[in-house]
Write a protein that binds this ligand. Structure first.
Ligand code: NAP
Ligand code: G3P
Length: 487
């Protein structure tokens, strides 16, 4: 099935149901972050190729929107099954292409299959409303507004490298069930895995043109793509820098954006420190910290800070470092540039007097898990998102100080509060300027039918299965005007 994508060493795009339907003169090589071995080429689309792709998506969308939802749902169910059937193969591909450890890669695939099925079922229950006029002052009972959900048209889905299958499907599946066509632009590093996902949807029966893919150099076609007049909605996950840029140039096109984060874990005196330290370590270091929802700073009451930091240190010491194909938690970062950035933040913390508890060791793009205590507000690590395996502990004297530091961030994705006192937990949660507060757990996105959103520089709009479907639909009202009497 996947052989359709590949011609010699080239992983092609799908255009109107045909892999390699658009030929390119130039291609982009993709290498494995683990050992720089060559994986394959992807196509380098031009602006003209972008035009052809979007025109095709626009033309084909109308027939798809008229396909009964139960038929659209059946195709999604089939896609989920095909995905599951190829779990092992796809997980190995993720290990190779984005250096995600095998266990997390398998979990990304399974979670995606579950996501697609749930989306298919949820889409079938997207009921509209009928509203009578007489509830509004001055109106009689002689009008009925029938509001049903209709698709927006062509959805542009742009995903990041860290979940090339899951964060792509979480845009594509809700868009499709709502009746949109999708132009899918995967991350360059991650695109080979993502193209496999597109093939799964096509194999499941998505009609030609309803899911087209675009690969290429973002600096050459990115702006052109997001400002294309036939794009009706942009669903983007990635860095705040790129998200902000897209929001500026996209003008009137509605956006759904999930961006960066600097999630704080606040630990009170009465917290179960053993549990909190486990959640914090898994939250901060899984997939080497390359998760938007990773715990990116700990704000701990100073009375329990010594005990907590020692527990965290011990657990960090136990983390296994190595190849993604083995049973490890820490693998090389996506590229050297990412590792250079993490190293800059570590160097800054060392230079400004942060107490290094463990780590600060680097081999190429592999950064060993690194933990700092006594991180202070003048250090970059207190505010910047490393997207790597480094965790700062900041000691605080009061709950108010913890809230102030948590909220002083430009980001507002999630926060955790660890305490046994439910009143304090709710008080703190109500004061934190974030999309979600986790009480006694690590910061994380799932389960995927929960609302997932960021405030401030962490995003625009809300994801989560039903929220995403509604975001990519709009109400269409048809008003019946009638005489409410018989002569
Ligand atoms: P990124 O550099 O912002 O890239 C994200 C996507 O945008 C990629 O597909 C990229 O393509 C594309 N892109 C870049 N420039 C573009 C342009 N001008 N127009 C259109 N598309 C453009 O992010 P990343 O490095 O892949 O991911 C890491 C970041 O994403 C972190 O900041 C993380 O916090 C954030 N993230 C947030 C969430 C969330 O849900 N809040 C989830 C995951 C990740 P190329 O690969 O070709 O450049
Ligand atoms: O970085 C991706 C973001 O959406 C986090 O997802 O499930 O790892 O919390 P998760």
């Amino acid at each position: 099935m996947f052989s359709k994508i590949k011609k010699d060493e080239l992983y092609q795009n799908v255009y109107n149901g045909i892999w390699g339907g658009i030929k390119t003169d130039e291609n982009i090589p993709i290498y494995a972050p683990l050992d720089n071995s060559f994986i394959g080429y992807i196509q380098k689309y031009s602006k003209n190729d972008v035009d052809r792709t979007i025109d095709n998506s626009k033309k084909t969308q109308v027939a798809w929107s008229e396909t009964p939802i139960n038929e659209r749902a059946a195709i999604l169910h089939k896609a989920a099954t095909i995905l599951e059937d190829h779990k092992e193969y796809l997980a190995e591909l993720l290990c190779k292409e984005i250096c995600k450890d095998k266990k997390s890669s398998l979990s990304e695939i399974q979670r995606t299959a579950d996501f697609i099925r749930f989306t298919a079922d949820e889409g079938k229950h997207l009921y509209g409303t009928a509203i009578s006029s007489d509830s509004f002052p001055g109106y009689k009972k002689d009008k009925l507004s029938f509001a049903t959900y209709v698709p927006l048209g062509v959805v542009l889905a742009i995903s990041p490298f860290n979940y090339p299958i899951n964060l792509s499907a979480s845009k594509i599946a809700p868009a499709l069930i709502a009746g949109n066509s999708v132009v899918f632009k995967p991350p360059t590093q991650g695109s080979i895995s993502a193209l496999h996902l597109a093939q799964i949807f096509n194999e499941a029966g998505i009609p030609p043109g309803i899911l087209n893919t675009i690969t290429g150099s973002s600096s050459e076609i990115g702006d052109y793509l997001v400002t294309h007049p036939s794009i009706n909605f942009i669903n983007f996950t990635g860095s705040t820098k790129i998200g902000r840029h897209i929001a500026k140039i996209a003008e009137m096109v509605p956006l759904l954006m999930e961006l960066g984060g600097k999630d704080a874990a606040i630990v009170l005196e009465d917290a179960d420190l053993e549990d909190a330290s486990s959640d914090i370590v898994s939250g901060a270091f899984s997939y080497s910290g390359q998760r938007c929802t990773a715990v990116k700073r700990v704000l701990v009451m100073e009375t329990v800070a010594d005990a907590l930091s020692e527990m965290i240190r011990k657990k960090v010491e136990e983390l296994k470092v190595g190849s993604p194909f083995e049973d490890v938690q820490i693998t090389p970062l996506i590229d050297n540039k990412a590792a250079d950035f993490v190293q800059e933040l570590i160097d800054d913390a060392v230079q400004k007097g942060g107490k290094l508890l463990i780590g600060n060791k680097r081999e190429g793009n592999l950064i060993y898990p690194t933990l700092f205590d006594y991180v202070t507000k003048d250090m970059r690590l207190a505010w910047e998102e490393p997207f790597g395996p480094v965790l700062p502990i900041m000691r605080v004297k009061t709950i108010q100080e913890a809230i102030d530091i948590a909220n002083r961030s430009e980001y507002g994705l999630q926060s955790s509060v660890f305490t046994k006192n439910i009143d304090k937990a709710f008080y703190i949660a109500s004061k934190l300027d974030v999309g979600t507060v986790q009480i006694n757990n690590r910061t994380e996105r799932g389960p995927d039918h929960f609302p997932f959103l960021g405030v401030k520089s962490s995003g625009l709009g809300t994801q989560g299965i039903s929220y995403s479907i509604k975001a990519m639909s709009r109400p269409k009202a048809i008003v019946l005007n009638f005489e409410n009497k018989i002569e």
